[in-house]
Design a protein around this ligand. Sequence first.
Ligand code: G1P
Length: 291
Amino acid sequence: MKKRIRKAVFPAGGLGTRFLPATKVIPKEMLALVDKPIIQYGVEEAIASGIEHIIIVTGRGKSAIADHFDHSFELEATLERRGKHELLAVSRGVSGLARISYVRQKEPLGLGHAVLCAKDLVGDEPFAVVLPDDVIDAKVPCLRQMIRVFDQRGGSVLATQTVEGPGISAYGVLSGSQDPDNPRIYNCTGMVEKPKFEDAPSKQAIIGRYVLTPRVFELLEQTTPGAGGEIQLTDGILALVKEEKVFGYTFEGKRFDAGDKFGMLQATVEFALKRSDLGPQFREYLKGLQL
Ligand code: G1P
C-alpha cells in the first residue's frame, strides 16, 4: 500500500468533562492555548505535513469549531474599515487554512466510533487521525515524521511516547518489540486500551496521531464496546495488527495533553515563552514570581 496520505480525521465530538465548567458551552477544542484554539495547532500541523483535506467529526454543541474555520464577514469587514490589516490577515488566514469537511457523530460512543463516522469521506485510501487534545511541538511536524515511516515501511503507524509508572493507565499501550534497525520504531504485536498499571504490556503509550490503512474502518464496524463501555480505536487497530503490519513510532518533539488542566498550563507556559512578541516579557514576569 503506497497511496499518499491526503486526508486527516479530527475526532472532536467528546464532551470535555475534564475542563468543566469552561467546556459547558465552549467546545474543549476551542479553548485557547495562548491565542489559538487547540484544534488549530493540530490543523496547522496536518497542513504542514502535506494533508489536503481535513475531516472534523463534531457533535452537539460544537458549531463554534466550524464557525472558527469559516469566514467571519462582520469581523473582517470591521477590521478592514478600521485599518487593522494585521488582524484581518490573521482572521482570513484561519478560514483559508485548508479544505475542511464536517461530519456529525450523533452519540458519543467512543473514539473508534468517531473515526468510523468519517469512513465515507475518507474512502478507500490510507489516512491520518489527529486527536486535537494532543498538541505536539516539534521541529518536523509529528504527522510528517509518521507519514515518512508509513512511506518507508508500508504499514499503519501510531505515535508513541514512553510513560513511566501508573500514568500509563491513561493510554492505549502497545506490546511488541523495538525494531532492530531503528530504535524509534516498535513492531507491534498487540495493544490494550487503558490497562491497569500492573497489566500494561510495555511503557509504549499511544499518543494522538495515527496513520492508518482503510481496512481499519471495516474492523471498527465489527468492534464491540471495550474500555469505559466505548468503541475504542485501540481495539479496531488491535484487529488490524492481526492482518497487517502496524508500527509504533517514537516521534521527535514534545507532546502536551491540552485536554487536561495541568497539561494545558504546561503548554501555555512553554508556548508563551517561545513567542517573540510575548516571550521576553513573560520570562521576566515568571522570574519575578520567586517560586
Ligand atoms: C485516546 C486513546 C488512547 C490514547 C490517547 C492519547 O484516549 O483512546 O489510546 O493513548 O487518546 O491521548 P483519551 O485520551 O481520549 O481517553
